[in-house]
Design a protein around this ligand. Structure first.
Ligand code: NAD
Ligand code: MLT
Length: 526
């Protein structure tokens, strides 16, 4: 397995990769896009920070790539959707630089409030001693509005409390419990703007749309101070400059910019009220070592053992939860493969129902396994990463439901596959040490082992059919390994799942179809 490190990565991470058995590492920093496109086909793994842009054409050229590791948090330099469609996992290192970035946020808040960069410049560059020029502001007792109470926002809230600031938070996705635990007041953005003395942004880039523009600045408390250590495009720069000129915004401290590197003639660099750092949020020795070690270990773990951690385009799951759901991942995939082979029309939708103990586990990866199974016969290279993207592209509607009520089996998964002409369903359960069985197929109940080769028969429930079937299979030298029959009422229709040791050829299938009493014969291969 070959891994390309395309951006500066701390040596600690490079050394870990170099020492890993079965992994060859190339460090090639500063490649042009054309060079990256030329070299990328040789690599299974790619590691970047923010400088390398992993665009759709790079991904298109990456014929062997399995994983892209981002040593850092933001993946906005990687086309995650294009990678997903190609089945390439994108993983980041979400923990390594959060303390460092929160500390930089506090550093900017204090520097801005005490005019440290401006004072330093006047003293050292201009040799002017001017203490009266730089009257500052205390953080004490001020209200800080945090937009985005995720990993970094939460640490900023904790640090700001140490400065006796009152914290308001706007984050539509956090739970009341989390906010209560941190001890912050959750408010709407408009309320936060009106009541805050300081605002600090900690959301991801929101599809390039600014969070703060003229409307928000006009709504804000006059003289507000703004810090942005998240992403540059969260602030409309022109609107910020106008708001500073009109004194609606007193000061701003920026670490990130809509376009990086920031143009040296940017008006942001000319205003005294704005202090700027060149995307330094994560730039500490500690953080760079942590993200490099994390990304190296994650890439090795994935390439050598298939373990996925911190993937942004696939559900990440810890080892303990993985152990619990492993048999259900297999069952889900098998049920998907099974039912897909019994559809006469293209799939338009799928519903996955979880019942019993399995409903208490992480079900999202199991649903993806079902999708993978459903699509596997028709789409080459389907995997856990691209299955949801491909299903969405094809307009396949995916529904999940769960109930922890236990009925006949401790846990069941029911997969209903829908087409324009109707639907078919199969329910499975896990027995003993991971033995998958079908317990219901359409309206028929039985316990059938899911084996590599199977025949699915519909027949009239009359004497002699099974005997004639056995003889026909015997005549074609096909051994029956298991036979499971389900019927609703004596003398009506029955369904049989027959486990066989090899698949019949077309002639044998035709012979089976001609047996009196047999209504339908399908083959299923897992
Ligand atoms: P996170 O995913 O842990 O937290 C983001 C939070 O934003 C979440 O709680 C989410 O619910 C919230 N959110 C999403 N949309 C929102 C919206 N419209 N309004 C309000 N809240 C919203 O992310 P994190 O690890 O805390 O990182 C935050 C940001 O910091 C990211 O943009 C990341 O790229 C950036 N970052 C920058 C640097 C740097 O060097 N300056 C370093 C690390 C991270
Ligand atoms: C991140 O998203 O992790 C930061 O922007 C820092 C970096 O780019 O390394």
């Amino acid at each position: 397995m070959k891994v390309l490190i395309a951006d500066n990565l701390s040596n600690m991470g490079v050394d870990i990769l170099k020492k890993a058995a079965g992994i060859e590492v190339d460090v090639n920093v500063g490649l042009t896009k054309e060079e990256l496109i030329k070299f990328i086909p040789s690599y299974e793994g790619l590691i970047v920070r923010s400088a390398t842009k992993v665009t759709p054409d790079v991904i298109e050229a990456a014929t062997n790539l399995k994983v892209i590791g981002r040593a850092g948090i933001g993946v906005d330099n990687i086309d995650v959707a294009a990678a997903g469609k190609k089945g390439i996992i994108v993983m980041n290192t979400p923990e390594g630089n959060i303390i460092t970035t929160a500390e930089h946020t506090m550093a900017l808040m204090l520097s801005m409030s005490r005019n440290i960069p401006q004072a330093r410049s006047m003293l050292k560059d201009q040799k002017i001693w001017a203490p009266k020029k730089f009257m500052g502001k205390e953080l004490h007792s001020k209200t800080l509005g945090i937009v985005g109470l995720g990993r970094i926002g939460t640490i900023v809230a904790e640090r700001a409390k140490g400065f006796y600031m009152k914290i308001l938070v706007h984050d539509p996705f956090i739970s009341k419990e989390h906010a209560e635990k941190i001890g912050v007041e959750v408010v709407e953005l408009s309320d936060l703007l009106k009541r805050s003395d300081y605002i600090s942004l900690h959301t991801p880039s929101l599809d390039g749309k600014p969070l703060l523009s003229t409307k928000e600045f006009n709504l804000a408390k006059p003289g507000i101070r703004i810090v942005n250590c998240a992403r540059g495009n969260l602030i409309d720069d022109d609107a910020l400059i106008e708001a500073i000129k009109s004194k609606q915004v007193a000061q701003a401290a920026l670490d990130v910019y809509a376009k990086e590197p920031l143009a040296m003639d940017s008006p942001l660099l000319t205003m005294d009220e704005i202090i700027c750092t060149p995307h330094l949020g994560a730039s500490t020795e500690e953080a760079q070592e942590k993200v490099a070690i994390d990304v190296a270990n994650q890439i090795i773990d994935f390439l050598t053992h298939g373990n996925v951690r911190n993937a942004v385009n696939m559900p990440s799951i810890d080892a303990d939860s993985m152990n619990k759901i492993k048999p259900y991942l297999k069952l889900g995939e098998d049920l998907g493969i099974f039912i897909a082979q019994l559809l006469d029309e293209p799939l338009t939708g799928v519903e996955v129902q979880y019942n019993g103990e399995v409903a208490e586990q992480r079900i999202d990866p199991i649903t993806i396994s079902v999708l993978k199974g459903l699509l596997t016969r028709n789409i080459e290279g389907i995997n856990m990463v691209n299955a949801p993207f491909i299903a969405k592209d094809r307009g396949i509607e995916v529904k999940e439901s769960k109930s922890t009520e236990v009925h006949e089996y401790t846990s069941t998964i029911k997969v209903t596959a829908k087409t324009n002409k109707g639907e078919r369903s199969v329910t499975g359960s896990v027995f003993g040490k991971g033995d998958s069985r079908i317990v219901q197929f359409d309206e028929f109940y039985f316990e059938a082992v899911l084996s590599k080769d199977m025949l699915i028969l519909t027949n009239n429930d009359i004497p002699g059919v099974i005997g004639r079937l056995g003889s026909a299979l015997g005549a074609s030298n096909i051994n029956i390994a298991g036979f499971h029959l389900g019927r609703i009422k004596e003398g009506e229709k029955a369904v049989a799942v027959v486990n066989i040791d090899s698949q019949p050829n077309d002639k044998t299938i035709q012979t089976l179809r001609e047996i009196s009493g047999i209504l339908n014969v399908s083959t299923v291969t897992l």
